[in-house]
Design a protein around this ligand. Structure first.
Ligand SMILES: [Zn+2]
Length: 223
């Protein structure tokens, strides 16, 4: 397993649309999911989608439709990793607000100093339907259905689905909220050391960039 570098907004990789997996869940896909889990845990996230980590610099290929969730008990989950391959989602009910953040939009409040090796994320309120039903293949390739209503799981399923279609939660923020979040994000990137971040930051965001491949191979999850 390896910690993969996470693409950071506005990297174009985040805007790719993931393609449906054909031929079931292979050992290669499971290996990718293992890496995604390690990456999500390293960054202390509750979810991660393939578009945030898929390195296609060696092969011209679209990312396969995969995301993971792991919701800790403190946030109402059971802390078990959940793997979603080819998820298909339906939503219903009224729109409810939830304060969301994303590993691809690391940030701290403007003016705050970034502690070395630590990450914060920008948060903004998004309105989404309260009820979700998702059908998908699990880690072993078995078909599953999951339902969630008015909880972090319901929000996270929709957040990760949007990643697979090249979207980010910031797309759903009001203009004022988005401006605030992006200001905090830019401030963070400007004041961070990419080597500490294990994130793939664009050259024009910050001059010092470590290539994805060398980060992926370093494999040391210790901060
Ligand atoms: Zn996200």
């Amino acid at each position: 397993m390896a910690v993969l570098p996470v693409y950071v907004e506005p990297h174009p990789a985040l805007r790719k649309i993931a393609k449906t997996v054909v031929g079931g869940v292979t050992a290669k896909l499971q290996e990718l999911m293992d890496d995604m889990l390690e990456t999500m845990q390293y960054h202390k996230g509750v979810g991660i989608a393939i578009t945030q980590v898929f390195d296609d610099s060696q092969i011209v290929e679209l990312p396969p439709r995969i995301f993971l969730l792991q919701i800790p008990e403190s946030l109402g989950g059971d802390n078990k990793p959940m793997y979603f391959v080819n998820p298909v989602i339906t939503t219903s009910g009224k729109l409810v607000p939830y304060e969301e953040g994303c590993l691809s939009v690391p940030a701290v409040s403007v003016g705050e100093k970034v502690p070395q090796g630590e990450k914060g994320i920008a948060k903004g309120v998004v309105m989404r339907p309260e009820k979700v039903s998702v059908s998908y293949l699990d880690y072993d390739g078995n078909p599953q259905v999951m339902e969630a209503e008015n909880c972090l799981l319901a929000v996270a399923l929709q957040h990760e689905m949007k990643h697979l279609d090249g979207g980010l939660f910031i797309d759903l923020l009001s203009d004022t909220e988005r401006a605030r979040v992006m200001k905090e994000h830019r401030e963070y990137i400007k004041n961070s050391n990419p080597a500490d971040l294990k994130m793939y930051v664009l050259a024009d965001q910050q001059e010092k960039v470590e290539p994805v491949s060398s980060l992926a191979k370093s494999g040391n999850p210790a901060p």
